[in-house]
Ligand binder design. Structure first.
Ligand code: DOR
Ligand code: ZN
Length: 347
């Protein structure tokens, strides 16, 4: 339980992170490893991680890039395509290579060009996943250009997700990085096999942040931040104590030049101060006693994995977030750049 200035919780996990590859991976990994014991690693590389061999090789590269002496387990995911083989999924899951599979609707976001063009095309893989208890992780946005970008999640629920859950009522499903009151309502109304991750940015900012005095590319991610009423619904859900919501940063590093561009990439690099950022939200909501459930308990229980040993202590104090960080040669602007966060992790 918190006292006035310090809070100690069980070591947390990040149930949704983009680690990338190569030098950038080597540069960003230490931030995740500093805070989290495990992380669900997104497979949207180029080419995507879409079979068992690719996932084994990627996992090896992550392990080789870890700072010396780290204690960190990457949990790998399989990128679903129109031609995913259900037997490959089942083999990867049985062998402990895949923890889950990720559904990107084709062209919904960064690295989704090989994604699924119609969920009907993955009917068989999804049936197999339901049968073997393998979680489906969903990027929940429709992609048709006729749908307003701020409505893409709500329309996805109605057109794709609700019918999918109706057809496969026992499928374990994580609605990733939810951004709307509609998504909270959907998760609430579904069974215990349907859960959601929530990012720090969607708890902190609404869509105004992208236009504060000019275009703000570092506040742009997908799904895009929505109206204030949605942010408030997410804060209520995350701090409610419900086991259906857990920590998933969606930390998505892009070089400054790729963000500050005529066509800037989607993604917010929040890994450097992720836990501190969540702690600030739970503090503001008077719910610090519920941070441990959200960060360290609900995720493993949903995935059927053991809780971590060990703990991390946060301290209430102002920390300045740098304007830019260097990821082994690539400059990247972190979330909260140039601001003070009211918490720090005690080393
Ligand atoms: O903003 C995002 N960035 N959303 C995603 O879904 C993908 C991610 C990335 O990989 O950069
Ligand atoms: Zn993501």
């Amino acid at each position: 339980m918190p006292n006035d200035t310090r809070l100690t919780i069980r070591r947390p996990d990040d149930w949704h992170v983009h680690l990338r590859d190569g030098d950038v991976m080597r540069g960003v990994l230490p931030y995740t490893v500093r805070q989290f014991a495990r992380a669900i690693v997104m497979p949207n590389l180029s080419p995507p991680i879409a079979d068992v061999d690719a996932a084994i090789a990627y996992r090896e590269r992550i392990l080789a890039a870890l700072p010396q002496g780290s204690d960190f387990t990457p949990l790998m995911t399989c990128y679903l395509t129109d031609s995913t083989d259900p037997a490959e999924l089942a083999r990867g899951f049985a062998e402990g290579v895949f923890t889950a599979a990720k559904l990107y609707p084709a062209h919904a976001t960064t690295g989704s060009a090989h994604g699924v063009t119609d969920v009907a095309n993955i009917a068989k893989p999804l049936e197999t996943m339901q049968d073997i208890g393998m979680p489906l992780l969903v990027h929940g946005e429709v992609t048709d250009p006729g749908t307003d970008i701020f409505d893409r999640e709500a329309v996805f629920i109605e057109r794709i997700l609700a019918p999918l859950v109706g057809r496969l009522p026992d499928l374990k499903l994580v609605f990733e990085h939810i951004t709307t009151a509609d998504a909270v309502g959907f998760v609430e109304s579904a069974g215990p096999n349907v859960a959601a991750t929530i990012t720090p940015q969607h708890l902190h900012i609404n869509r105004n942040a992208m236009f504060a005095g000019g275009l703000r590319p570092h506040a742009y991610c997908l799904p895009v931040a929505k109206r204030e009423k949605h942010r408030l619904a997410l804060r209520k859900a995350a701090t409610s104590g419900s086991p259906k919501y857990f920590l998933g940063t969606d930390s998505a590093p892009h070089a400054v030049s790729a963000k500050e561009s005529a066509c800037g990439c989607a993604g917010i690099f929040n890994a450097p101060f992720a836990l501190e950022s969540y702690a600030a939200v739970f503090d503001e909501e008077g719910a610090l006693d519920r941070l441990e459930g959200f960060a360290s308990e609900h995720g493993p229980r949903f995935y059927g994995l053991p809780l971590n040993d060990g703990s991390v202590t946060l301290e209430r104090t102002d920390v300045e977030v740098p304007a830019v960080l260097d990821a082994c040669g690539t400059p990247i602007v972190p979330f909260h750049a140039g601001e003070a966060i009211g918490w720090r992790i005690v080393p």
